[in-house]
Design a protein around this ligand. Structure first.
Ligand code: MG
Length: 386
């Protein structure tokens, strides 16, 4: 942790925090943002990230990233950059570790399927769901619902939001209506996420044999580093070569983000976090050249990896699991286990069918990949009657 004395004036500082929804005494030996991080680490939603995936289904292999290891990588990248820029490391870490807790099982396929199921009931968006998890769904503490995190952590979790939803969310949604920026720690966590997933998808995609080095050499960011590594270490085995390339790609992006952001911060010289929020554009960012390279890499991954026929087979199946589970529970909530059944009853009494749908979506979104498959088999496999 960096001590409060090391923080830049424009960093988030516990003293100027907008506080928690339910006021609490300050912790004795930790900062407010350390407490946020600790509550996230102790949440059930965080633990379940171990068995949730982004691109690959969890049981496909033990070598691939899960959402848990992804979140740890985001925290690592975010904290390194925060320390150089004298931003609040604890806050960046809290946002990074929480940013994916609202994700459905089966990555984007699961989210798209659940959003489709919820289209007439207010939709489903994993980013909003992450906020819902920390605000409402984690019920652990005697004094308040949810984890009662600070405004700054919640602001960082809510990366995007439609104006309609923003109105419903109150204070944390205001910036989407006022066209303001979030704090620098939130801006940073968002880009650390981008660095982490672009690069680990290259690594995992190669490991899975879905893309190969020759294809990746079409992508400038990869090719440049690959050529350097090949020239420097011509006899290095393939696996080590790839790791060396990916590590250099990450390093280049991190260095670029540090240097570009530092220059922008020096020019803008915001006096505090509110000046950061009022600034017309984000102050944390890549250079234009790096953004172009990242975009090229992203487009490559979308085309060659996320749309690969083997990935599509998996995501189509995953989408079907989600849709059928939703339909079964919507038609007969008596099939739900006691806790989600209770939540469904409460939400349905308050909001009718939309409430029932929301509670079913909460239950499904909370599932891990393997739990969703088990529930599917228990409910829909006619041969499995036990
Ligand atoms: Mg992420």
């Amino acid at each position: 942790m960096n001590s409060s004395l090391d923080l830049a004036p424009y960093a988030a500082h516990p003293v100027t925090s907008r506080g928690r929804r339910f006021p609490e005494p300050s912790p004795t030996y930790r900062s407010e943002y350390q407490r946020d991080r600790d509550r996230i680490v102790h949440s059930a939603a965080f633990r379940r990230l171990e068995y949730k995936t982004q691109v690959f289904v969890n049981h496909e292999g033990d070598m691939f990233r899960t959402r848990l290891t992804h979140s740890i990588e985001v925290a690592q990248i975010g904290r390194s950059i925060a320390r150089v820029l004298r931003l609040n490391e604890d806050l960046v870490e809290a946002i990074a570790l929480a940013h994916d807790v609202g994700h459905t099982p089966f990555g984007h396929a699961g989210q798209d399927a659940l959003n489709h199921c919820m289209s007439t009931h207010g939709g489903f968006e994993h980013n909003l769901q992450s906020l819902r998890v920390v605000d409402d769904l984690e019920e652990k503490y005697a004094e308040f619902p949810g984890l009662n995190l600070t405004f700054e952590t919640r602001e960082g979790i809510l990366k995007h939001c439609s104006p309609r939803k923003a109105v419903e969310l109150g204070e944390v949604g205001l910036r989407f209506l006022d066209k303001q920026q979030p704090g620098l720690e939130a801006q940073l966590a968002n880009l650390a996420d981008e660095i982490a997933y672009n690069n680990h998808d290259v690594d995992d995609g190669l490991r899975a044999g879905l893309i190969d080095v020759a294809q990746l050499c079409e992508v400038t960011a990869f090719r440049e580093q690959y050529e350097i590594v090949k020239n420097t270490y011509p006899d290095l085995p393939e696996r080590r070569t790839i790791h060396e390339v990916v590590r250099r790609m990450i390093n280049r992006q991190v260095v670029n983000l540090v240097e570009t952001s530092r220059t922008r911060l020096a020019a803008a010289a915001p006096t505090d976090i509110d000046a950061v929020r009022a600034w017309a554009t984000p102050l944390i960012g890549f250079s234009d050249a790096m953004r172009t390279q990242n975009l090229e890499l992203k487009q490559f991954l979308r085309r060659e990896l996320y749309q690969h026929y083997r990935v599509r087979r998996m995501t189509t199946k995953a989408g079907r699991v989600i849709s059928e589970l939703f339909e079964v529970f919507m038609n007969d909530p008596r099939l739900l286990p006691p806790e989600p059944a209770h939540n469904t009853q409460v939400l349905e009494e308050a909001q009718g069918t939309a409430g029932r749908a929301r509670a079913v979506a909460d239950y499904i979104a909370g599932m891990t990949d393997r739990y969703a498959i088990k529930e599917y088999n228990r409910l829909l496999d006619p041969l499995q009657l036990t």
